[in-house]
Design a protein around this ligand. Structure first.
Ligand SMILES: [Zn+2]
Length: 289
């Protein structure tokens, strides 16, 4: 019922390099100011959208050849229709850390996630190989944890395209999920930048040529915010105070999302995770002040 009220839409566009972008929207997605994107790279499907978009998505892909599905990560807005598409096209689904498919709240979604995206139907996830090949296309799998344990970027050297899922949604340091790790995000962003991709195709509306400066900018910003979080905490400041210093603007919106997500997504999580996961090499005692 709720799903039917979501007014979902699916749109397929040829975006060059033999890639079809699959844009998916719904009332929930629009209320967040974001769309969800999946891609067809030849006959490789990168991500499978969210459950509410199932009927129009399955219809849109009906006469397309799909030999395998690669998930950028396990979250419900990217894996929601893996089961139904894998069955319709009789193809396998690959995920890095396949054993962790149901972690990070995916098995029993918090209410806000269920309302926005809908439940993920169970499917069999196979372990993502280091290289994915099909129909003459070859995608290298680059681990990019930080946002999700299971996240990868898929890089096609022949075209210079890189598919990055949720690695880069906004250009700066931002709120993270309970299990988020800002330090890993920094490494992941730099790992992808080091490939010198010519085009980046993301999971939420951003498709951009020459993405390296943007990837590096975000890595730098997260790194300085994480450093500051550790330093201020070492000075004995309370976490909430640290949040205000690290993120001087937009406190109201952040607190609203913190409440809405039962604390699963917040800037406070960023500060706490920056401290909790600070690399051993980053010893506060020896910080130059
Ligand atoms: Zn997402």
């Amino acid at each position: 019922m709720w799903g039917r009220l979501q007014r979902t839409r699916v749109r397929l566009d040829d975006v060059g390099n033999g890639v079809t972008r699959i844009q998916m929207t719904s009332l929930g997605a629009t209320s967040l100011g974001m769309e969800v994107d999946a891609y067809l790279v030849g006959d490789i499907l990168v991500d499978a959208g969210f459950a509410y978009v199932r009927d129009p998505l399955v219809a849109a892909l009906e006469d397309r050849e799909i030999s395998l599905i690669c998930c950028s990560h396990s979250h419900e807005d990217h894996t929601g229709n893996c089961a139904v598409i894998a069955e319709a096209h009789d193809c396998p689904v690959f995920l890095r850390h396949a054993e962790a498919l149901w972690e990070e709240g995916v098995r029993s979604l918090a209410p806000y996630r269920r309302i926005w995206w809908g439940r993920v139907d169970p499917f069999e996830a196979r372990e993502m190989p280091e290289v994915v090949e099909s129909g003459g296309r070859r995608l290298r799998v680059i681990p990019t944890p930080g946002h999700a344990k299971t996240q990868v970027a898929l890089y096609e050297a022949a075209t210079g395209d890189v598919f990055t899922g949720d690695l880069l949604i906004s250009p700066g340091a931002a709120a993270v999920l309970t299990w988020g790790n800002p330090w890993q995000e920094v490494e992941s962003l730099r790992r992808v930048a080091a490939l010198s991709p010519r085009r980046m195709l993301t999971g939420h509306g951003l498709m951009t040529e020459d993405p390296v400066p943007l990837l590096e900018l975000k890595a730098d910003r997260i790194e300085s915010a994480a450093r500051l979080s550790v330093e201020l905490t070492a000075d004995g400041r309370e976490p909430r105070e640290v949040v205000r210093d690290v993120f001087p603007n937009g406190e109201l919106k952040d607190r609203f999302f913190e409440w809405l997500t039962s604390r699963e997504f917040s800037r406070l999580n960023f500060v706490l995770a920056a401290v909790r996961h600070a690399p051993a090499s980053f010893n506060v005692q020896t910080l130059e002040r």
